[in-house]
Design a protein around this ligand. Structure first.
Ligand SMILES: [Zn+2]
Ligand SMILES: [Zn+2]
Length: 231
């Protein structure tokens, strides 16, 4: 499980919808310490005895740091394996201490996750090149953000290099990342105020069509689970 910012019931029900259960989760990975990503991590981990993994600096900034014994604070390592799944991670550019994205490898397939980044980082491009499946941030439409109701400082934060990727930046990154193996892109972390799913979808779909690539694109709903995707 990557991050846990929604209610425990939502996590449990979503997993049940996918014919699995919270008891089958072997690890929770924390991408960064922002509240919307970690608010239910400790609760889930304690209740269901699931180990939590984060970078060293992120651990130190987690509000539940002191509630965990040192040996319970699992740290990201290069070449990590959880059961049969390989896990790699890479740096993002975000206003958190050590934000990370992930690549999960299993039986020759790789799935990447990258949200909460203001820049397309070089390690992101390296790690996510030609992944089979990709959950990727398309946070805002630039003109919606500009004309929207956010205060100026927040507009700066979102659009800045430690903020979030716009639809245009997502298009730019995805055009570089997709390859012959890429089957599915799920756009994620859309702003409710500064984006709309149709705009994000259209921007990416148009770019991929121009490249003549037949890759499925969908948008992750904010409050409910995206349907299960098999890669
Ligand atoms: Zn964040
Ligand atoms: Zn976030």
């Amino acid at each position: 499980l990557v991050d846990a910012g929604c209610s425990m019931r939502q996590v449990k029900n979503s997993l049940l919808d996918f014919d699995t259960s919270i008891e089958k989760i072997d690890a929770i990975f924390v991408s960064h310490e922002h509240h919307d990503h970690i608010s239910k991590v400790a609760q889930l981990s304690r209740r269901f005895d699931i180990p939590v993994y984060a970078s060293i600096k992120t651990w130190r900034n987690l509000p539940f740091y002191d509630d965990y014994f040192p040996w319970e604070r699992h740290i990201f390592e290069y070449g990590m394996k959880i059961g049969e799944m390989c896990v790699d991670f890479f740096r993002l550019s975000h206003d958190a201490v050590e934000p990370c994205g992930f690549v999960f490898g299993y039986q020759g397939k790789r799935v990447g996750i990258a949200t909460d980044t203001g820049l397309i980082t070089s390690s992101m491009l390296r790690q996510l090149a030609d992944v089979d499946g990709l959950v990727f941030e398309a946070n805002h439409d630039c003109s919606m953000l500009r004309q929207g109701s956010y205060p100026a400082f927040l507009k700066h934060r979102v659009a800045g290099e430690y903020g979030h990727l716009s639809n245009d930046q997502a298009v730019e990154a995805l055009s570089k990342l997709v390859g012959i193996n890429t089957q599915q892109i799920i756009l994620a972390h859309l702003s409710e105020q500064n984006n709309c799913p149709k705009l994000a979808y259209r921007a990416v779909r148009t770019a991929l069509d121009r490249m003549n690539l037949d890759i499925a694109v969908s948008v992750a709903p904010g409050k409910t689970a995206h349907p299960l995707v098999a890669i």
